[in-house]
Write a protein that binds this ligand. Structure first.
Ligand code: OSB
Ligand code: MG
Length: 369
């Protein structure tokens, strides 16, 4: 992989409607698009999924830019690599900053797939021609949630995830269930509860949720294991799983029965495959999480979700779920609840240069000798 240049594009786009959790609202999405070009003029793309502020993890767009500019790209300039897996090993000398690492690592995977004229799905070991699509409803009233659910069910989404917290759980879910007794529904708490809330969480068992995502602290594995013994609803961990070893320990302790894999949160596709393979062996279902992302990260998620262990519909919705116009061409679409896994080289979507220019805030370039 003879790299000739790397470009970073910081972009910003308004969401069609606010994304509300108990941690705050996302109205505008800032992100980083990474373009790695080799000596033959082929380009691979990655996306930095950190938010503008550190509400979900400790990283931000600014910390990612710093890590890429001052640490990760210089490291790659000093140590040329032949395979994206080497990038993952190279970056392991740097503590955390997983979203910054993944932004660059995923671009290298796309480039590697393109050099080998194979789809990224094939390169990663994907087996599914289509992936099942789920969608997230993140709003602050049952009335709004019902309106959105009705629309998404009509659009064919196979599974609905709703955001819950102690001010919006039992009666909120009861109202939704009364309208949709059979719909596959799950709830994501983004760490809104503590072990004091055990009875509150136990009461949610009656709604037959597919799972409850990250009820307790963002960095906890121990107390989730205690909670899982008390509730019937399977626990899924999101924020708590930052490395392969976190996944291994969570499964060994019984802290969860399902794992949400987000490429950015765990530092790249190599780690994602390791966690997938381990969970597959242990019979733990995984699904691909979402980060309110633009089309580049969405495309990487589609390739990843084509692996055999991704047996539950992920938070991989259409480009149009969040954006008036995405930065890729064609846009991601959902047909009868499924997204087709592209067969062409790399991520299988082109960057929409015109749209990129329209939403561009700043650009940085790096040349390799
Ligand atoms: O907790 O899964 C989460 C979005 C941003 C940050 C955290 C989470 C989410 C989502 C996924 O719920 C939204 C999506 O991209 O579809
Ligand atoms: Mg989550």
């Amino acid at each position: 992989m003879k790299i000739a240049s790397i470009e970073l594009f910081v972009i910003q786009m308004p969401l069609k409607s606010p994304f509300l959790t108990h941690l705050g609202a996302v109205n505008n999405r800032e992100g980083i698009i990474v373009k790695v070009t080799n000596s033959e003029g082929l380009s691979g793309f990655g996306e930095g999924v950190a938010f503008s502020t550190p509400w979900y993890t400790e990283e931000t767009v600014a910390t990612s830019l710093h890590m890429l500019t001052d640490i990760l790209i210089p490291l790659l300039q000093k140590h040329p690599i032949d395979h994206p897996e080497e990038a993952s090993h190279l970056f392991s000398s740097i503590r955390r900053n997983n979203m910054a690492k993944a932004a660059l690592e995923t671009a290298l995977w796309d480039l590697y797939a393109k050099v080998n004229t194979k789809s990224l799905s094939k390169i990663l070991g994907g087996t599914r021609p289509v992936i099942a699509s789920g969608v997230v409803v993140a709003t602050d009233s049952a009335a709004n949630a019902l309106r959105q659910i009705e629309q998404y069910v009509t659009e064919g989404y196979q599974r609905i995830k709703v955001k819950i917290n102690p001010n919006q759980d039992y009666s909120f879910l009861a109202e939704i269930r009364s309208h949709y007794p059979e719909l596959p529904i799950m709830a994501d708490a983004n760490s809104a509860y503590s072990l004091k809330d055990i009875d509150r969480l136990k009461a949610l068992d009656e709604f037959n949720l597919i799972m409850i995502e990250q009820p307790l602290a963002h960095d906890d594995i121990i107390e989730h294991a205690l909670l899982q013994k008390e509730i019937r609803t399977p626990i899924c961990l999101d924020e708590s799983i930052v490395t392969f070893d976190d996944a291994r320990k969570a499964i060994e302790f019984g802290s969860c029965k399902v794992i949400n894999i987000k490429v950015g949160r765990i530092g790249g596709l190599y780690e994602a495959i390791r966690i997938h393979d381990y969970c597959f062996e242990k019979g733990i279902p995984v699904w691909c999480g979402g980060m309110i992302e633009f089309g580049i990260s969405r495309a990487h998620n589609i390739a990843l979700a084509s692996l055999p262990g991704f047996s539950i519909p992920g938070d991989i919705s259409a480009s149009g779920r969040f954006w008036e116009e995405d930065i890729i061409s064609p846009e991601v679409t959902v047909e009868n609840g499924y997204i087709h896994v592209p067969l062409n080289s790399g991520i299988g979507y082109e960057l929409n240069e015109k749209r990129l220019q329209k939403v561009l805030l700043t650009k940085r370039s790096f040349t390799f000798s």
